[in-house]
Design a protein around this ligand. Structure first.
Ligand code: NAD
Length: 294
């Protein structure tokens, strides 16, 4: 299949490489010359612009930071939807507002283009290993078309509902993730302040009722888990500012449906304070720093 891939960041780059390895013909682009250079060196064919990637593409995939980037890419008089051939399938895997996904899907439908939202979970490790979880919003028929492509990048594919539903599921998941990373950090910092060994305490909690994904796969304390961003000076991974964006989306969403999400609101404020302290570019597990002596 001919696939256009736009957005070669921490997630998009490895996802595109998995499609290439699966035998698809790729044409990729990122606004960052550095990202293009990095993945060109791994064999990914790079186009001169986003518009150039879609020529002849049967599927267009985007993996961008936030709503504004996705709107800017697809909509407007010079947007990509004007250049994509009718009949093409668009898969946006960015985590953005459900309302923006619906707007893109509606504009695409008017041009005879199918579009689904397919945000992911599983982190950069999942993107590299091809074991991501996809949460899809769109029609059953469009998901059936997307499935063979998604299966090369992920291990779990869920149909959450109509356009935008994938984003809603993703926001619920990330609100929980943001909260549990703070709780895990708080508990570890308390133990260490009492003289406990972080590795020993992590293992005790992992195998007890406090066990969770952070303790299993993404320990926030440097040195406990060799593979986690914490052990790499919080480089790469899932940026604090991206988590802040997701928690903001969750709060907007909660306000729209008058849901009560007090811990989600508290988590957003703690990540905002962490970002203001200059840590927005670090992996989100660096929120541990809020509970440690500088
Ligand atoms: P990133 O910042 O590493 O990468 C985003 C890339 O998009 C950058 O390289 C940027 O240059 C590029 N870009 C922005 N606008 C562009 C445009 N108009 N055209 C082409 N390229 C453009 O972000 P990431 O960590 O890869 O995350 C991407 C999305 O996936 C975000 O919405 C994030 O919330 C979500 N996500 C991330 C993770 C994670 O662990 N990093 C996990 C799940 C979901």
């Amino acid at each position: 299949m001919k696939i256009a891939f736009i957005g070669l960041g921490n997630m998009g780059g490895p996802m595109a490489l998995n499609l290439l390895k699966a035998g698809h013909t790729l044409s990729a682009f990122d606004l960052s010359a550095e990202a293009c250079k990095k993945f060109a060196a791994e064999g990914l064919p790079i186009a001169a612009s986003a518009a150039a990637t879609v020529a002849g593409a049967e599927v267009v995939i985007s993996m961008l930071p936030a709503s504004a980037h996705v709107e800017g890419l697809y909509l407007g008089s010079d947007g990509l939807l004007e250049k994509i051939t009718p009949g093409t399938l668009v898969i946006d895997s960015s985590t953005i507002a459900a309302a923006t996904s619906r707007k893109v899907a509606e504009a695409a439908a008017k041009r005879g283009i199918a579009a689904i939202d397919a945000p992911v979970s599983g982190g950069t490790g999942g993107a590299v290993a091809g074991t991501l979880t996809f949460m899809v919003g769109g029609s059953e028929a469009d998901l059936a078309r997307a499935r063979p492509v998604l299966e090369k990048m992920g291990a779990n594919i869920f149909h959450a509902g109509a356009a935008g539903a994938g984003q809603t599921a993703k926001i619920c998941n990330n609100m929980l993730l943001g909260i549990l990373m703070i709780g895990t950090s708080e508990a570890l910092a308390l133990g260490v302040a009492n003289g406990l060994d972080a590795k020993v305490l992590s293992e005790i909690m992992r195998r007890s009722s406090g066990g969770n994904w952070a303790l299993e796969k993404y320990n926030p304390m440097p040195g406990v888990m060799e593979t986690s961003p914490a052990s790499k000076n919080y480089a790469g991974g899932f940026g604090t500012d991206l988590m802040l964006k997701d928690l903001g989306l969750a709060q907007e969403n909660a306000a729209a449906v008058r849901a009560s999400t007090p811990l989600g609101g508290m988590a957003r404020n703690l990540y905002a304070a962490h970002s203001l302290a200059g840590h927005g570019g670090l992996d989100f597990s660096s929120v541990l720093k809020l509970f440690q002596k500088p």
